[in-house]
Design a protein around this ligand. Structure first.
Ligand SMILES: [Zn+2]
Ligand SMILES: [Zn+2]
Length: 311
Protein backbone atom coordinates (compact mmCIF):
# COMPACT_ATOMS: atom_id res chain seq x y z
CA UNK A 1 0.00 0.00 0.00
CA UNK A 2 1.24 3.49 -0.79
CA UNK A 3 -0.13 6.97 -0.27
CA UNK A 4 0.51 10.62 -0.96
CA UNK A 5 -0.72 13.74 0.79
CA UNK A 6 -2.01 16.16 -1.85
CA UNK A 7 -2.16 18.95 0.72
CA UNK A 8 -2.73 19.34 4.46
CA UNK A 9 -3.90 22.40 6.38
CA UNK A 10 -6.70 24.92 6.68
CA UNK A 11 -6.43 25.83 2.98
CA UNK A 12 -7.33 22.30 1.86
CA UNK A 13 -6.88 18.64 2.68
CA UNK A 14 -6.69 15.54 0.51
CA UNK A 15 -4.77 12.28 0.59
CA UNK A 16 -4.68 9.57 -2.02
CA UNK A 17 -4.13 5.94 -1.01
CA UNK A 18 -3.49 3.06 -3.37
CA UNK A 19 -3.71 -0.60 -2.39
CA UNK A 20 -5.93 -3.66 -2.63
CA UNK A 21 -6.38 -2.95 -6.35
CA UNK A 22 -8.00 0.46 -5.87
CA UNK A 23 -7.11 4.14 -5.60
CA UNK A 24 -9.10 6.10 -3.03
CA UNK A 25 -9.20 9.78 -2.14
CA UNK A 26 -9.53 10.66 1.55
CA UNK A 27 -11.06 14.15 1.68
CA UNK A 28 -11.42 16.49 -1.27
CA UNK A 29 -10.66 19.90 0.18
CA UNK A 30 -9.55 21.42 -3.12
CA UNK A 31 -11.41 22.18 -6.34
CA UNK A 32 -11.54 19.28 -8.82
CA UNK A 33 -9.21 21.24 -11.09
CA UNK A 34 -6.63 21.60 -8.28
CA UNK A 35 -7.06 17.94 -7.26
CA UNK A 36 -6.45 16.96 -10.88
CA UNK A 37 -3.32 19.11 -11.02
CA UNK A 38 -1.89 17.67 -7.80
CA UNK A 39 -2.74 14.10 -8.79
CA UNK A 40 -1.02 14.56 -12.15
CA UNK A 41 2.22 15.09 -10.23
CA UNK A 42 1.75 11.50 -9.03
CA UNK A 43 0.94 10.22 -12.54
CA UNK A 44 -2.69 9.82 -11.54
CA UNK A 45 -5.86 10.95 -13.31
CA UNK A 46 -9.11 11.77 -11.52
CA UNK A 47 -10.65 8.80 -13.35
CA UNK A 48 -8.28 6.48 -11.47
CA UNK A 49 -10.30 7.11 -8.30
CA UNK A 50 -12.63 4.31 -7.21
CA UNK A 51 -14.14 6.13 -4.24
CA UNK A 52 -14.07 9.24 -2.08
CA UNK A 53 -13.92 8.97 1.71
CA UNK A 54 -14.75 12.08 3.73
CA UNK A 55 -13.74 12.78 7.34
CA UNK A 56 -16.11 15.70 8.00
CA UNK A 57 -17.99 18.52 6.37
CA UNK A 58 -15.69 21.51 6.83
CA UNK A 59 -14.92 23.08 3.48
CA UNK A 60 -11.18 22.47 3.76
CA UNK A 61 -12.11 18.77 3.50
CA UNK A 62 -15.11 18.71 1.15
CA UNK A 63 -14.66 21.71 -1.16
CA UNK A 64 -14.42 19.50 -4.27
CA UNK A 65 -16.28 16.43 -2.96
CA UNK A 66 -19.67 17.05 -4.49
CA UNK A 67 -18.42 17.98 -7.94
CA UNK A 68 -15.85 15.21 -8.01
CA UNK A 69 -18.13 12.35 -6.98
CA UNK A 70 -20.86 13.67 -9.28
CA UNK A 71 -18.62 13.96 -12.32
CA UNK A 72 -16.87 10.62 -11.78
CA UNK A 73 -19.94 8.69 -10.60
CA UNK A 74 -18.02 7.30 -7.63
CA UNK A 75 -19.37 6.71 -4.12
CA UNK A 76 -18.78 9.16 -1.27
CA UNK A 77 -18.26 7.31 2.01
CA UNK A 78 -19.18 9.54 4.94
CA UNK A 79 -21.09 9.40 8.21
CA UNK A 80 -24.72 10.40 8.27
CA UNK A 81 -23.73 13.41 10.40
CA UNK A 82 -21.38 14.54 7.63
CA UNK A 83 -24.08 13.97 5.00
CA UNK A 84 -26.47 16.21 6.93
CA UNK A 85 -23.76 18.80 7.62
CA UNK A 86 -22.97 19.01 3.89
CA UNK A 87 -26.63 19.11 2.85
CA UNK A 88 -26.75 22.74 4.02
CA UNK A 89 -24.61 23.79 1.06
CA UNK A 90 -25.23 21.00 -1.44
CA UNK A 91 -25.83 17.30 -0.88
CA UNK A 92 -23.02 14.81 -1.22
CA UNK A 93 -23.26 12.71 -4.36
CA UNK A 94 -23.68 8.92 -4.18
CA UNK A 95 -23.54 8.85 -0.39
CA UNK A 96 -22.52 5.56 1.22
CA UNK A 97 -23.14 5.66 4.99
CA UNK A 98 -20.26 5.07 7.37
CA UNK A 99 -20.58 4.17 11.05
CA UNK A 100 -17.67 4.68 13.48
CA UNK A 101 -16.36 1.31 14.60
CA UNK A 102 -17.93 -0.60 11.69
CA UNK A 103 -15.35 -1.27 8.97
CA UNK A 104 -16.30 -1.06 5.30
CA UNK A 105 -14.45 -2.20 2.20
CA UNK A 106 -13.44 -0.53 -1.05
CA UNK A 107 -11.92 -3.16 -3.34
CA UNK A 108 -9.23 -4.85 -1.25
CA UNK A 109 -9.02 -2.02 1.29
CA UNK A 110 -10.79 -2.15 4.64
CA UNK A 111 -11.51 1.25 6.14
CA UNK A 112 -12.45 1.94 9.73
CA UNK A 113 -13.84 5.24 10.95
CA UNK A 114 -13.00 6.51 14.44
CA UNK A 115 -15.23 9.19 15.94
CA UNK A 116 -13.56 12.50 16.81
CA UNK A 117 -14.75 15.38 19.00
CA UNK A 118 -14.05 18.00 16.28
CA UNK A 119 -16.76 20.61 15.81
CA UNK A 120 -18.47 19.22 12.72
CA UNK A 121 -21.34 16.77 13.19
CA UNK A 122 -20.32 13.20 12.43
CA UNK A 123 -16.59 14.00 12.29
CA UNK A 124 -14.30 10.95 12.06
CA UNK A 125 -10.76 10.01 11.20
CA UNK A 126 -9.81 6.83 9.31
CA UNK A 127 -7.59 3.78 9.44
CA UNK A 128 -7.03 2.15 6.03
CA UNK A 129 -5.93 -1.51 5.99
CA UNK A 130 -4.88 -3.55 2.93
CA UNK A 131 -4.64 -6.81 4.90
CA UNK A 132 -0.92 -6.39 5.56
CA UNK A 133 -0.43 -2.79 6.62
CA UNK A 134 -2.42 0.03 8.18
CA UNK A 135 -2.37 3.73 7.46
CA UNK A 136 -3.94 6.20 9.91
CA UNK A 137 -5.32 9.48 8.56
CA UNK A 138 -6.06 11.54 11.63
CA UNK A 139 -6.39 15.31 11.66
CA UNK A 140 -9.13 17.61 12.96
CA UNK A 141 -9.32 15.46 16.07
CA UNK A 142 -10.61 17.96 18.65
CA UNK A 143 -8.82 16.14 21.43
CA UNK A 144 -7.14 12.74 21.68
CA UNK A 145 -9.31 9.88 22.90
CA UNK A 146 -8.65 6.34 24.04
CA UNK A 147 -10.71 5.06 21.12
CA UNK A 148 -8.53 6.93 18.62
CA UNK A 149 -5.34 5.79 20.36
CA UNK A 150 -6.52 2.16 20.23
CA UNK A 151 -7.50 2.49 16.58
CA UNK A 152 -4.14 3.91 15.55
CA UNK A 153 -1.99 1.53 17.57
CA UNK A 154 -1.35 -0.99 14.78
CA UNK A 155 -0.58 1.57 12.07
CA UNK A 156 2.68 1.49 10.15
CA UNK A 157 2.18 5.00 8.82
CA UNK A 158 0.34 7.99 10.21
CA UNK A 159 -0.78 11.39 9.08
CA UNK A 160 -1.14 12.91 12.55
CA UNK A 161 -2.47 16.34 13.44
CA UNK A 162 -0.02 18.85 14.94
CA UNK A 163 -2.08 21.98 14.36
CA UNK A 164 -0.66 24.68 16.57
CA UNK A 165 1.91 25.70 19.11
CA UNK A 166 -0.09 26.77 22.15
CA UNK A 167 2.12 29.77 22.89
CA UNK A 168 2.02 30.97 19.25
CA UNK A 169 -1.77 30.60 19.31
CA UNK A 170 -2.04 32.47 22.61
CA UNK A 171 0.10 35.39 21.49
CA UNK A 172 -0.91 35.31 17.81
CA UNK A 173 -3.26 37.53 15.78
CA UNK A 174 -6.45 35.44 15.86
CA UNK A 175 -9.51 36.91 17.61
CA UNK A 176 -10.18 35.48 21.05
CA UNK A 177 -13.25 33.46 20.02
CA UNK A 178 -11.21 31.71 17.32
CA UNK A 179 -8.33 31.04 19.72
CA UNK A 180 -10.80 29.48 22.14
CA UNK A 181 -12.37 27.36 19.42
CA UNK A 182 -9.03 26.04 18.11
CA UNK A 183 -7.74 25.26 21.61
CA UNK A 184 -10.98 23.65 22.79
CA UNK A 185 -11.73 19.94 22.87
CA UNK A 186 -13.74 20.47 19.67
CA UNK A 187 -10.98 22.25 17.76
CA UNK A 188 -7.52 21.07 16.77
CA UNK A 189 -4.63 19.26 18.44
CA UNK A 190 -1.71 21.32 19.67
CA UNK A 191 1.82 20.08 19.02
CA UNK A 192 1.92 18.85 22.59
CA UNK A 193 -1.34 16.91 22.26
CA UNK A 194 -0.27 15.45 18.91
CA UNK A 195 3.04 14.36 20.44
CA UNK A 196 1.22 12.81 23.42
CA UNK A 197 -0.99 10.84 21.04
CA UNK A 198 2.07 9.75 19.08
CA UNK A 199 3.64 8.53 22.29
CA UNK A 200 0.49 6.56 23.10
CA UNK A 201 0.22 4.85 19.69
CA UNK A 202 3.88 4.23 18.90
CA UNK A 203 4.64 0.53 18.33
CA UNK A 204 7.72 -1.17 16.85
CA UNK A 205 6.05 -1.52 13.45
CA UNK A 206 5.56 2.24 13.09
CA UNK A 207 7.61 3.23 10.07
CA UNK A 208 6.55 6.66 8.95
CA UNK A 209 4.87 9.70 10.54
CA UNK A 210 3.72 12.80 8.71
CA UNK A 211 2.65 15.69 10.92
CA UNK A 212 -0.43 17.30 9.40
CA UNK A 213 -2.86 20.22 9.38
CA UNK A 214 -0.13 22.58 10.62
CA UNK A 215 -1.40 26.12 11.06
CA UNK A 216 0.54 28.57 8.90
CA UNK A 217 -0.13 31.30 11.50
CA UNK A 218 0.13 29.50 14.82
CA UNK A 219 2.83 26.89 14.16
CA UNK A 220 6.06 26.17 12.35
CA UNK A 221 7.31 22.85 10.98
CA UNK A 222 10.35 23.17 13.27
CA UNK A 223 8.18 23.44 16.38
CA UNK A 224 5.93 20.54 15.33
CA UNK A 225 8.92 18.31 14.60
CA UNK A 226 10.60 19.32 17.87
CA UNK A 227 7.47 18.27 19.78
CA UNK A 228 7.07 14.93 18.01
CA UNK A 229 10.66 13.77 17.67
CA UNK A 230 11.36 12.99 21.35
CA UNK A 231 8.30 10.70 21.41
CA UNK A 232 9.96 8.46 18.81
CA UNK A 233 12.81 7.88 21.23
CA UNK A 234 15.43 7.33 18.53
CA UNK A 235 13.40 4.66 16.72
CA UNK A 236 13.88 4.23 12.97
CA UNK A 237 10.77 6.16 12.03
CA UNK A 238 10.73 8.66 9.18
CA UNK A 239 9.28 11.92 10.48
CA UNK A 240 8.28 14.90 8.35
CA UNK A 241 5.61 17.58 8.00
CA UNK A 242 2.92 17.26 5.34
CA UNK A 243 2.93 20.31 3.04
CA UNK A 244 -0.08 22.53 2.36
CA UNK A 245 0.75 23.87 -1.05
CA UNK A 246 2.05 20.88 -3.01
CA UNK A 247 1.75 17.09 -2.87
CA UNK A 248 4.26 14.78 -1.28
CA UNK A 249 5.60 12.11 -3.61
CA UNK A 250 4.31 8.57 -3.29
CA UNK A 251 5.17 7.12 0.12
CA UNK A 252 5.10 3.42 0.90
CA UNK A 253 3.23 2.67 4.12
CA UNK A 254 5.98 0.22 4.99
CA UNK A 255 9.15 1.99 3.99
CA UNK A 256 12.37 0.09 3.63
CA UNK A 257 14.12 -0.04 6.98
CA UNK A 258 17.69 1.16 7.09
CA UNK A 259 20.32 -1.26 8.22
CA UNK A 260 22.08 -0.24 11.45
CA UNK A 261 25.10 1.16 9.58
CA UNK A 262 22.97 2.98 7.01
CA UNK A 263 20.81 4.45 9.77
CA UNK A 264 23.85 5.74 11.65
CA UNK A 265 25.14 7.32 8.44
CA UNK A 266 21.75 8.90 7.78
CA UNK A 267 21.54 10.34 11.27
CA UNK A 268 24.98 11.91 10.88
CA UNK A 269 24.15 13.23 7.43
CA UNK A 270 20.77 14.68 8.38
CA UNK A 271 20.94 18.16 9.81
CA UNK A 272 18.73 18.48 12.88
CA UNK A 273 15.60 20.27 11.80
CA UNK A 274 14.66 22.02 15.00
CA UNK A 275 17.82 22.79 16.87
CA UNK A 276 17.20 26.10 18.64
CA UNK A 277 19.39 28.90 17.37
CA UNK A 278 19.56 32.55 18.19
CA UNK A 279 17.14 33.37 15.36
CA UNK A 280 14.89 30.32 15.69
CA UNK A 281 11.52 30.59 17.40
CA UNK A 282 11.44 29.66 21.06
CA UNK A 283 11.10 25.93 21.69
CA UNK A 284 7.65 24.76 22.75
CA UNK A 285 6.81 25.20 26.39
CA UNK A 286 7.21 22.09 28.47
CA UNK A 287 4.15 20.70 30.16
CA UNK A 288 4.80 22.41 33.49
CA UNK A 289 5.16 25.79 31.84
CA UNK A 290 2.04 25.12 29.81
CA UNK A 291 0.05 24.50 32.92
CA UNK A 292 1.33 27.62 34.65
CA UNK A 293 0.52 29.71 31.60
CA UNK A 294 -2.91 28.19 31.25
CA UNK A 295 -3.70 28.65 34.90
CA UNK A 296 -2.59 32.25 34.65
CA UNK A 297 -4.77 33.02 31.68
CA UNK A 298 -7.63 30.63 32.46
CA UNK A 299 -8.05 30.43 28.72
CA UNK A 300 -7.04 26.99 27.65
CA UNK A 301 -8.35 25.01 30.59
CA UNK A 302 -10.15 22.44 28.47
CA UNK A 303 -7.12 21.90 26.32
CA UNK A 304 -4.81 21.39 29.26
CA UNK A 305 -7.16 18.84 30.73
CA UNK A 306 -7.24 16.80 27.55
CA UNK A 307 -3.45 16.95 27.26
CA UNK A 308 -3.03 15.72 30.82
CA UNK A 309 -5.52 12.91 30.31
CA UNK A 310 -3.43 11.43 27.51
CA UNK A 311 -0.13 11.70 29.31
ZN1 LIG B 1 -9.47 20.83 8.59
ZN1 LIG C 1 -12.36 20.66 10.45
Amino acid sequence: MRFAVLGSGSKGNALVVQGGGVTVLVDAGFSPRELKRRMQALDLALTDLRALVVTHGHSDHVKGARALAGALGIPTFATDGTRRFCARFGALHNHEPVLPGEPFTIGGLTVQALATSHDAAGSVCFVVDDGDERLGVCTDLGEPSDEIARGLAECRALLLEHNHDLEMLRSGPYPMHLKRRIASARGHLSNEQGAALLSAVRRPQLSRVLLGHLSEVNNTPALALAAARPELDGADVELACAPQHHPTGWLRVQRERKSGAALAARLVATAPVAQPTASAPAPPLRTGQHRALEAQLALFATKAQSTRSTR
